[in-house]
Structures are given as C-alpha cells and as structure tokens.
Ligand binder design. Structure first.
Ligand code: CAA
Length: 380
C-alpha cells in the first residue's frame, strides 16, 4: 500500500490551497453573512480546471484522479464550504453522472460546458415529501412520445438559482415503483420551469439553495439519461460518488477548524502560559488531529477504490459518515478552544461549525449512510 502522493496530486493540492487563501479567504465572512454566491470565485475555479476535475479532457475535463479531487475539496472546504459544495455537486453529481451514463450527444452539448464552469449544474432529487425516502418521487415525467411532460416541485437544490443544467429525477410510471423513474436533463429557460424561493440557511450560506417548480415543462426524449426507467439507479449510483465529495468537504471543514484552533492555542495565553501548554487543550488537539487523519485516509480509500474501478459504495458511505461526524465534533471543539472569540464571526470557527452540520444531512443523512453500509455488510 502506497501512502505517498504523486507530484501531480501535490500540485493540485497546492493550487487549491493557494486559491483558497488568495481568492476565497478575503470575502468569506461577508459572503456568509449576506448570503452572497461566490460567482467570481466559481468562475476562476472553472478556469483552473476544478469544476470538471475528473472528466475526460476530450470533454474539457481535467482528466484527474479522485484522490486529487479529495485533496482539492479539502483545501477549498477549509476556507469556504459554500464554494466547495458548488464544486462538489458540479463535479461528482452532474459532470460524473452525464459522463458515466449520458450519450455522446448529451456529453457534447452539456458536459463540455459544465466541466469548464461556463455552465453550472444542479442535481434535483429531493422533494418536499421525498428526502431520505427517494423512491417516493411525486414529480412526474409523463411520456408524450417525443418528449416528457414534467410536473412537480424539487426542494433544497444546491445551485438551484445559478445553474443552467439541471438533472431532474421524476416518476414516469408509478406502478413500476423505482423502475419507473427517469433522469432528465432540463435547461434553465424551458417553458414552465420556475426557480422558487432561496433558502435562508444555518450554514453554507454563500451557496445557492432553491426550490424549483415544473409546470408542463416539455423535456425532449433526447434529454433522458440512460434507458427508460434507469433514473433511480442513476441517482443512487451518482450519489455513491457524491459522498466522496461531501466526505472530503467535511474533512476540509474539520481540518480548517483544527488548524485555526492549533494556531490560536499557540498565541493565546492563560494562567501564565500559552493555552497549548495546558493538557486540557492538548487533549482536544490530539483528538482532533486523530479524527482528521482517520477521515482523510477513509476519503483516500474510497477515492482509490473508485479510481481502480472497484466497488466503493461502502467505503464512500463510511467516509461520509465518519468525516461528517468528525467535522461536527471538531468544529464544536475548535470553538471551545477559542473561548469567547470562537463565538464571534472574525475568528471563522463559528462559521465552520455551522457549515459542518449540513455534511450530516445532504447526499444522504448519517442514518442513510448507516443503511447503505449495513446493506453492503449483509450482502456479503
Ligand atoms: N448504489 C447503487 N444502487 C443502489 C444503491 C446504491 N447505493 N442503493 C439502492 N440501489 C438500487 C437497488 O439495487 C435497487 O435496484 P434493483 O431493484 O434494480 O435491484 C434500487 O436502487 C432500489 O433499492 P432499494 O429498494 O434498496 O431502495 P429504498 O427505497 O429502500 O432506498 C436508500 C434506498 C438507500 C434509502 C435510498 O433511498 C437513498 O439513498 N436515499 C437518500 C437519498 C439522498 O441521498 N438524497 C440526497 C439528495 S441529493 C443532494 O443532497 C445533492 C445536493 O444538493 C448537495
């Protein structure tokens, strides 16, 4: 087993780290406070090749491996998890989904623009009454011959307002249950498609989360991904990889909070010495660093399995389950290390604590990850 990163992987990590420090850090508090989408920053991420990292260069992708993706996600998330969720959804769910299961025409038309960040993608599965229970889709895509007639509402859609390309999961034949579901590529501007209210969130406040409404939207048959009835499998399979992205986001939030706590503990003095010299703080730092090390290895493991073409369903769910819990625990402790300063915005850790929570909710709650893991364990 080789734990050494390659020169290319290290270069990706350094480029992401540099970008986060120079482009993301300066405005991150204001964007969080005022719910400002990082438009310019996302554009630059596209120019750097971070919006379609793993896609084939023939579709303008970066042709990088999933380990590089984990590294970049960690660095961006350390500083701005609102920006990294935009990147994660675009890379893992939209670009990967279209590249893996779309046809050549769809790849040419959509993927080539998503990989560069010229277009942003959204993945639309959740509904007011179908979150964890994803088979209970109420959005319908009725087969009209040459097109589908799409009706329904989607909720909590990341990139909901800023995206141009939406992958919408909808029920075509309820009698067939999950085998009657389709995944359709919907373009912003199609008649009957309306972007609904923007959510005012606890964390990742710079990201753009909306409800979406579809009323008699005519979606050409050519925009269906895969065979008729493949939509649920498509969603599940795409989310498996998405979980590596969110695990890496959680890892970044955790390591960002840890680094701030470490630095602060060496500067702040109490009872006549730096607080890092008190065992109470040392225990916290040791616990944080240990959890981060484990989370990072779990992310790498899932990513390596994916790159090797092996089954990564369990590894990805475990990485997300563990890393998101670590992010929550570590950010709470980082606030504690900072004392009263941790409770105010200038010190960044309160934001990281708020951002951490969503990693235990989206792309499958922690409870869903346990279901996925248990199924894989029992299968064997
Ligand atoms: N990978 C591949 N296929 C899978 C799968 C997986 N992880 N899990 C299930 N499937 C397949 C099954 O094999 C089955 O297919 P067949 O019938 O052909 O064999 C089919 O899907 C149905 O499986 P189940 O009967 O097991 O389905 P279920 O109704 O019991 O639900 C579930 C399974 C795991 C709970 C699933 O509903 C789930 O993952 N829910 C969570 C949904 C989720 O993650 N939502 C996040 C929204 S997206 C988001 O957050 C993006 C964003 O904006 C950040």
């Amino acid at each position: 087993m080789n734990f050494e990163l390659t020169e290319e992987q290290l270069a990706v990590r350094d480029a992401a780290r540099d970008f986060a420090q120079t482009e993301l850090l300066p405005g991150v508090i204001e964007r969080d406070e005022n719910q400002i989408y990082p438009k310019e920053q996302v554009k630059k991420l596209g120019e750097l090749g971070f919006m379609g990292m793993m896609a084939d260069p023939k579709y303008n992708g970066g042709g990088m491996d999933s380990i590089s993706y984990v590294l970049a996600m960690e660095e961006i998330s350390k500083v701005d998890a609102s920006c990294s969720v935009v990147m994660s959804v675009n890379n893992s769910l939209v670009c990967w989904g279209i590249e893996k299961y779309g046809n050549e025409e769809q790849k040419e038309k959509y993927l080539t623009k998503l990989t560069t960040g010229e277009h942003i993608g959204a993945f639309c599965l959740s509904e007011p009454e179908a979150g964890s229970d994803a088979t209970s889709q109420r959005t319908t895509a009725i087969d009209m011959g040459d097109h589908y007639l799409l009706n329904g509402t989607k909720n909590w859609i990341t990139n909901g307002g800023t995206a141009s390309t939406y992958i919408v999961i909808a029920q075509t034949d309820a009698d067939k249950k999950h085998h009657g579901i389709n995944a359709l590529i919907v373009e912003k501007g199609m008649d009957g498609f309306v972007v609904g209210k923007k959510e005012n969130k606890l964390g990742i406040r710079g990201s753009d989360t909306h409800s979406l409404m579809f009323t008699d939207v005519k979606v050409p048959k050519a925009n269906r991904i895969g065979e008729d009835g493949f939509g649920f499998k498509f969603a599940m399979s795409t989310l498996n990889g998405g979980r590596i992205g969110i695990a890496s986001q959680a890892l970044g939030i955790a390591s960002g909070a840890y680094e701030l706590a470490l630095q602060y503990s060496k500067e702040r003095k109490a009872f006549g010495k730096e607080i890092s010299q008190h065992q109470a703080i040392q225990f916290k730092l040791s616990d944080m660093a240990t959890q981060i090390e484990a989370a990072r290895l779990m992310c790498f493991h899932a990513a390596a399995l994916k790159d090797q073409g092996k089954d990564y369903v369990k590894a990805a769910a475990m990485a997300k389950l563990f890393a998101s819990k670590a992010a929550m625990d570590i950010t709470v402790e980082a606030v504690q290390v900072h004392g009263g300063y941790g409770f105010v915005k200038e010190y960044h850790v309160e934001r990281l604590m708020r951002d951490a929570k969503i990693t235990q909710i989206y792309e499958g709650t922690s409870e869903i990850q346990k279901i996925v893991i248990a199924r894989e364990l029992l299968k064997k």
